[in-house]
Write a protein that binds this ligand. Structure first.
Ligand code: ADP
Length: 507
């Protein structure tokens, strides 16, 4: 197929490809989110360690400062009051202060190698540290040798205090800066996580929409379309979107439905043709039975005609007999011939394939015609046939030939159902806007569980070869076309088949 602009229409993307794309996009987004989170978390981790380290250093700087201040006090005291001290105690105290300051200072300088603040320390504090360490070591050596007093050591102690104080300020400042950095980074991390969560929600929504629009909805439409095909409502509405697989499936189902439709049509035609054949043979079977009775009916008048004609011929040959006698014979011949003509005409009417046109018809006429044809069969079976037809009945909208077919079928069934010496009554009268025909018999009736089945094609309870199961089906089909209907009721004993036909012309 080619689009009107000459380009091939774009083949729909397969669901598998779409799915792969969605999974790829999701994986990329997930990896991105993970990378951002990892970077943020490791940054926060570094900042936390930096804050802890700076605090630790500030504490040690404070301890160094305290010890150096202690040393400074002792140096000042020894310098201003050289006679008052016990030299051993003084020396011990000074050594204790200096050792404490050295320990704290060394611990502060021996910071872990992965301390993130180390490079900063190295840059800003190296000089002060070296100087402080040298002063501490010199003071320790001097004190150990019994010195460490005098103006020079007062000044050195003051310088050591200044250096330790500056170191403490530096450490406190760095600890504060590290806390601020941590705050900033954790705030940034919160914002990043919030943005990522929003992006993830949008992507999730888009994926849901894709799944619903691209897969679920077309599949639902396909299911609805398939159900419609099942109900015989055509297959034009199957979706041709939502992924190559769905489109392929729709095409396959459409092709299958078309095939099924054509098979069904073919089957229907065959069934109709077979039904027509069976109806024809059922009608021929009925006609066969009618013909048997008819032969009998015709034989009687023909015998009269032959007898009268023979008698007339004999009398004329001999020149005997009165004129009135001849006239009687001729009248009898004419009457009997007329009867034969009437009978054969009715048979022809029954057998003739009339046009199926509907028009005003007298139901009583049809009853009389059919009764004439079947009377002999009833007589042979010892069943009495009574006709009770109201006068001045309105015409019904029907078709003579089909009406006779209805009557013939109902009377044949009534005769078959009747016991010997039974009575079948045909009653025709007006009931509201219909003309109603009842055919009552005194047979076994129709069992209640068969009432719904007897109108089905080919349903029969008669012996093989006796019933086709089409009589009542034909009656029902004809009446449907005529706007009438047939129903069965139970009598005590027997069955009543009631036919209603709408009045054509109110007479
Ligand atoms: P068929 O007469 O060939 O069996 P029908 O369609 O005319 O086919 O009738 C179907 C069945 O209905 C009969 O086999 C019979 O069982 C039942 N049936 C019809 N008319 C009567 C009736 N007057 N009394 C009892 N049963 C009847």
């Amino acid at each position: 197929m080619r689009a009107s602009n000459g380009l091939s229409p774009r083949a729909p993307m397969s669901i598998a490809t779409k799915f792969r794309i969605v999974v790829g996009v999701l994986a990329a987004i997930l990896i991105g989110i993970c990378a951002v989170v990892v970077v943020q978390v490791s940054g926060i981790r570094v900042d936390l360690r930096r804050v802890a380290e700076e605090r630790r250093e500030a504490e040690q700087a404070r301890a160094t400062l305290l010890d150096i201040q202690g040393f400074q006090r002792w140096v000042e005291l020894r310098t201003s009051l050289p006679a008052m001290q016990d030299a051993a105690i003084v020396q011990r105290d000074q050594m204790a202060h200096l050792d404490g300051a050295m320990r704290a200072f060394t611990a502060m300088v021996d910071e872990p190698h992965d301390d993130p603040s180390r490079p900063v320390h190295e840059r800003t504090e190296e000089v002060g540290r070296r100087r402080l360490l040298a002063l501490l070591q010199a003071a320790r050596t001097a004190v150990a040798a019994g010195g460490g007093a005098g103006q020079e050591w007062v000044e050195r102690a003051a310088e050591m205090c200044d250096l330790a104080g500056a170191l403490l300020d530096e450490m406190a400042h760095e600890a504060h800066a590290a806390s601020l950095d941590l705050d900033q980074r954790s705030g940034a991390a919160q914002r990043v996580v919030a943005v990522l969560a929003a992006v993830a929600l949008v992507v999730l929504f888009a994926v849901c929409m894709f799944v619903v629009r691209g897969i679920v909805r077309p599949l639902r439409e396909l299911a609805a379309g398939t159900r419609a095909i099942g109900r015989g409502q055509g297959h034009a509405d199957l979706p041709m979107r939502g992924g190559a697989e769905v489109v392929d499936l729709s095409r396959e189902i459409t092709a299958m439905a078309s095939q099924l439709e054509s098979h069904q049509r073919e089957l229907q035609e065959r069934v109709e043709q077979r039904t027509r054949e069976l109806v024809r043979s059922a009608r021929l079977a009925d006609l066969g039975a009618v013909a048997a009775g008819l032969a009998h009916e015709i034989n009687n008048p023909l015998a009269s005609i032959v007898a009268c004609a023979d008698g007339l011929q004999l009398r004329l040959a001999r020149g005997i007999g009165a004129l009135a006698e001849h006239r009687d014979d001729l009248r009898t011949i004419a009457e009997e011939a007329e009867r034969v003509r009437e009978i054969t005409t009715r048979l022809l009417e029954i057998a003739r394939s009339d046009s199926d046109q509907l028009g005003p018809v007298d139901l009583s006429d049809a009853v009389q015609a059919v009764v004439t044809l079947v009377r002999h069969r009833f007589a042979q079976a010892g069943v009495t046939l009574r006709v009770d037809s109201a006068h001045d009945l309105p015409l019904v909208r029907s078709n003579q030939q089909e009406l006779r077919q209805i009557l013939l079928n109902l009377l044949s069934n009534a005769l078959d159902a009747s016991p010997a010496r039974g009575v079948v009554t045909v009653r025709v009268r007006r009931l509201g806007s219909d003309v109603v025909l009842d055919v009552d018999d005194a047979g076994a009736g129709v069992p209640p569980d068969l009432v719904d089945k007897i109108f089905d094609p080919f349903f029969t309870t008669k012996r093989a070869g006796q019933g086709t199961g089409l009589g009542l089906t034909i009656v029902q089909r004809i009446l449907e076309r005529h706007g009438g209907h047939v129903e069965v009721a139970q009598l005590e004993p027997g069955a009543r088949f009631r036919v209603r036909l709408p009045i054509a012309v109110d007479g």
